[in-house]
Design a protein around this ligand. Structure first.
Ligand code: AP5
Ligand code: MG
Length: 216
C-alpha cells in the first residue's frame, strides 16, 4: 500500500507516518527529513537546500523527486510507502505517478489531515526531537515521561528545527496554500482522497487513519 499524508506544516504528517512505520512496517518517506539529513551531511543537495528551507520556501521539484526515487528503490518500502511532505506541487504529483509506475506500483490513498491553521503555530513552535534517535516531542502535547530524557533511547540531547519560528512558519503555510493545496482536486478527481480530523488527539487521528487503511 502506498499513501500520501497531506496537510500544512504542523498538521501531524510526521507524527502519523512514524506511527504507521512502527505499527505496520511501512516506510516513512519524508522529504523534509531527507533534506535535513543532506544539510547536516553537507552534501551538494544539502548545500543547495539549506537557505531555501531556512526561508520556509520550497526546494526545487527535481531535487526532491530525485531523492524520493532513490528512496523508493530501498527494500524497506516493500510493505508500503508513506509519503510525508511529498508531493508538494502539481509537478511533483506528476513525477510521483511516473516514479511509482516505473516500479509497477500505484497510489492507494491520499489522506488529508484537516486542521485549523491558527492552532498550528503553537504546535510547531513547541516541537522538539531527540537529537540521537529522532523521536518527536512537544512542550505541551507530548513531553518525555522523565523530564530531559528521551523515552525511546534515554538520550539527554534534544534539538529544535531552525525553520520552526513563527515568521518562517507563516511563509511555510503560505507556500502550502499557494502550491500544495491545489494538488488535492487532482487526487479528488481520481477518487483517492480521504479526510481525517487532524485537530483530534494523536491517538484518535491514528485510529481514523487505521480505519481508512483497513477499509472500514
Ligand atoms: P517538512 O519537514 O515536510 O515540514 P512541513 O511540511 O512544514 O511539516 P512539519 O514537519 O513541520 O509538520 P508535520 O505535519 O510533520 O507535523 P508533526 O507531526 O511534526 O519540510 C520542511 C522544509 O523542507 C520545507 O519548508 C521545504 O523547504 C523543504 N521540503 C520538504 N519537502 C519538500 C518537497 N516535497 N518539495 C519542496 N520542498 C520540500 O507535528 C507537529 C507538532 O505537533 C509535533 O510537536 C507533534 O508532537 C505535535 N502534534 C502532532 N499531531 C498532534 C495532535 N493530533 N495533537 C496535538 N499535537 C500534535
Ligand atoms: Mg514533518
Amino acid at each position: 500500500m502506498n499513501i500520501i499524508l497531506l496537510g500544512p506544516p504542523g498538521a501531524g504528517k510526521g507524527t502519523q507516518a512514524s506511527r504507521l512505520e512502527a505499527e505496520r512496517g511501512m516506510a516513512q518517506l519524508s522529504t523534509g527529513d531527507m533534506l535535513r539529513a543532506a544539510v547536516k551531511a553537507g552534501t551538494p543537495t544539502g548545500i543547495k537546500a539549506k537557505a531555501v528551507m531556512d526561508a520556509g520556501e520550497l526546494v526545487s521539484d527535481d531535487i526532491v523527486s530525485g531523492i524520493i526515487g532513490e528512496r523508493l528503490d530501498m527494500a524497506d518500502t516493500a510493505k508500503g510507502a508513506i509519503f510525508d511532505g511529498y508531493p508538494r506541487t502539481a509537478a511533483q504529483a506528476e513525477l510521483l505517478d511516473a516514479l511509482l509506475a516505473e516500479r509497477g506500483r500505484k497510489l492507494d490513498y491520499v489522506i488529508e489531515l484537516v486542521v485549523d491553521e491558527d492552532a498550528l503555530v503553537e504546535r510547531i513552535t513547541g516541537r522538539f526531537t531527540c537529537a540521537n534517535c529522532g523521536t518527536g516531542y512537544h512542550d505541551k502535547f507530548k513531553l518525555p515521561k522523565v523530564e530531559g530524557t528521551c523515552d525511546v533511547c534515554g538520550s539527554h540531547d534534544f534539538k529544535r528545527r531552525p525553520d520552526d519560528n513563527e515568521e518562517t512558519v507563516r511563509t511555510r503555510m503560505a507556500e502550502y496554500r499557494a502550491k500544495t493545496a491545489p494538488i488535492l482536486p487532482l487526487y479528488e478527481a481520481r477518487g483517492l482522497v480521504r479526510r481525517v480530523d487532524g485537530m483530534a488527539d494523536m491517538d484518535e487521528v491514528g485510529a481514523q487513519i487505521a480505519a481508512i487503511l483497513d477499509g472500514q
